[in-house]
Ligand binder design. Structure first.
Ligand code: SAM
Length: 261
């Protein structure tokens, strides 16, 4: 334990422990305490050596997660007591991980904080499927968006910009709003038969993925009854994977593919 504590905001990646960075593993092994989220996989938690304290802030009482204010209090208290704290988050802490808010809060309390990146779900998911998120001539921009705002609404986006043919759109936390999001995209001009997929538990043994099109994505996802965290990927680049016909419901509906591989 040091005299003045420190918080390392560490990305745990999408689940597969082999996708943890060497730096993340070194810090986990050297920590006094690891404060972790719901999305950190059991496989990664098993890498925390015995004797290192753990605080689970992903636990839900009723249906409510531990409030961010309580997490903040825990981090400040641990750091101010001189501990080396690893704040372990699923994916990358700075991609839909509230990492920025925790950095601000720790700065305000004069606690040293350092960020260690992790592989975000989009990258983990794309890698497991050999899916190129960008591809020359097919996808020249890549957008990560959240599926809902803090008050549970569909975010206000420039839908016409997102509907451009050469964009790959990745939607995090979108399961509850995918009907509305796909409707907005089609209204804005995205072709109904644009390739789309839903991937759950990416990089873990229980990963599942379905192929679909923008117009059928919501219904196909519901019918597939995917459990665990789900990521949606839409765009012509997805068609490159669908074209191989190896996905769970391949052949149910053939998305329009503008290039073959
Ligand atoms: C609060 S966000 C956290 C994102 C995380 N910071 C990252 O960089 O991946 C949670 C959302 O990330 C996505 N997600 C995280 N891990 C995933 C996985 N293994 N498979 C599929 N989606 C995942 C899901 O859309 C989930 O609802």
């Amino acid at each position: 334990m040091t005299e003045t504590g420190i918080v390392y905001l560490v990305g745990a990646g999408p689940g597969d422990p082999e996708l943890l960075t060497l730096k993340a593993l070194r810090l986990i092994e050297a920590a006094d305490v690891v404060v972790y989220d719901r999305l950190v996989s059991p496989e990664i938690l098993s890498l925390i050596p015995e004797g290192i304290a753990r605080v689970d802030v992903g636990k839900r009482s009723g249906s409510h997660p531990v409030p961010q204010k309580s997490i903040n209090r825990i981090l400040i208290k641990l750091a101010k007591s001189g501990q080396q704290v690893v704040r372990l988050k699923g994916g990358d802490p700075m991609v839909f991980g509230r990492g920025g808010e925790e950095v601000d809060m720790l700065n305000q309390h004069n606690v040293t904080v350092k960020t260690v990146p992790g592989i975000t779900a989009a990258q983990g998911c794309a890698a497991t499927l050999n899916l190129p998120l960008t591809q020359r001539g097919i996808a020249n921009s890549l957008v990560y968006m959240t599926g809902h705002t803090r008050d549970d609404q569909v975010p206000e986006m420039d839908w016409a910009e997102l509907a451009k043919a050469k964009t790959t759109l990745v939607i995090y936390m979108g399961a509850a709003k995918i009907i509305e999001i796909t409707a907005k995209l089609m209204e804005a001009g995205l072709a109904a038969n644009t390739p789309a997929m839903a991937v759950s538990n990416a990089t873990l043994k229980k990963q599942r993925q379905i192929q679909s099109t923008v117009s059928t994505l919501a219904q196909d996802t519901q019918e597939a009854n995917l459990d665990g965290p789900v990521l949606f990927v839409l765009g012509q680049a997805v068609g490159l994977v669908c074209a191989k016909g190896e996905l769970e419901n391949a052949g149910k509906e053939k998305p329009a593919v503008i290039a073959s591989i």
